[in-house]
Ligand binder design. Structure first.
Ligand code: BGC
Length: 251
């Protein structure tokens, strides 16, 4: 890798419907290539997902570091729980599976933690001290907690029970669509979840990520938390940028 390429990392975000990747300049957080998106295979078992990840690596003729974000708590490389993943992932050593398929070193991180890294470094959380929580409202609900800029990894607030249901069963973006909820009514559900979260974490700032952050003006008026709530800066690209940051030798 030439000197000029030293701060480039391929970031990949494995999601429920698409697997997305782009080359990221980890110094600036900018995508320096076009973003590629491949439909998530069904079933999304380790072999099938690793094949798509390897295809993305080949697409970019990439030989350098790769960062990959995916759902689920990832402890010492192993996938420890499955809320939004095919059951065959449980206890799988994800970095080993991807590295073997791609032929280059792959670092794996929880997708919401990745999004949080991007927002804290370059986006809505930049310079924010205290307790910052990012929640991604998508197919599931992901979370990332930062204390004075340091990540507390693998928080799973989407699995927290709120009034008899998991937070993500109550207020994910998927629920809004499936139940055809108005932005206002869905906003109230998000508020119930964020207030429950506030009771146990007392964050200073809550950043709302995921595709819905584009529509923040439609549902943020329903939020009544004491903590300031702000939309993410990166929208849907935070996962790619943050995954690249996680794999960056310099970050
Ligand atoms: C998973 C989290 C993930 C989130 C977003 C949830 O179902 O438990 O680990 O961050 O979905 O993909």
């Amino acid at each position: 890798m030439s000197k000029a390429q030293e701060h480039l990392v391929l970031g990949i975000d494995v999601g429920g419907s698409g697997i997305k990747g782009a080359i990221v300049d980890v110094k600036t957080g900018a995508l320096v290539s076009k973003r590629i998106r491949v439909k998530t295979p069904d079933p999304a078992d380790p072999k099938a997902v690793a094949k798509v990840v390897a295809r993305i690596v080949r697409h970019f003729k990439w030989k350098g570091p790769v960062g990959c974000g995916m759902p689920g708590p990832i402890k010492n490389g192993r996938v420890r729980a499955l809320a939004n993943l095919d059951s065959s992932w449980l206890e799988v050593n994800a970095p080993a599976v991807y590295t073997k398929a791609c032929g280059c070193p792959v670092t794996v991180i929880n997708d919401a933690d990745a999004a949080g890294l991007a927002e804290m470094r370059f986006g809505a959380g930049k310079g924010r001290k205290g307790v910052v929580i990012l929640t991604t409202l998508g197919t599931g609900i992901g979370s990332a907690v930062f204390v004075n800029g340091h990540l507390v990894p693998n928080t799973e607030f989407g699995q927290m029970e709120v009034r008899g249901k998991s937070a993500e069963q109550r207020a994910s973006a998927r629920v809004r669509k499936a139940r055809n909820l108005s932005w206002k009514n869905w906003g109230k559900r998000v508020d119930t979840v964020l207030r429950a979260l506030e009771q146990v974490m007392w964050p200073d700032v809550i950043i709302i990520g995921g595709g819905v952050s584009r529509k923040a003006s439609r549902f943020l008026p329903a939020i009544t938390t004491e903590a300031e709530v702000v939309p993410a800066h990166f929208r849907n690209e935070a996962g790619i940028v943050g995954a690249a940051l996680a794999a960056s030798p310099r970050s």
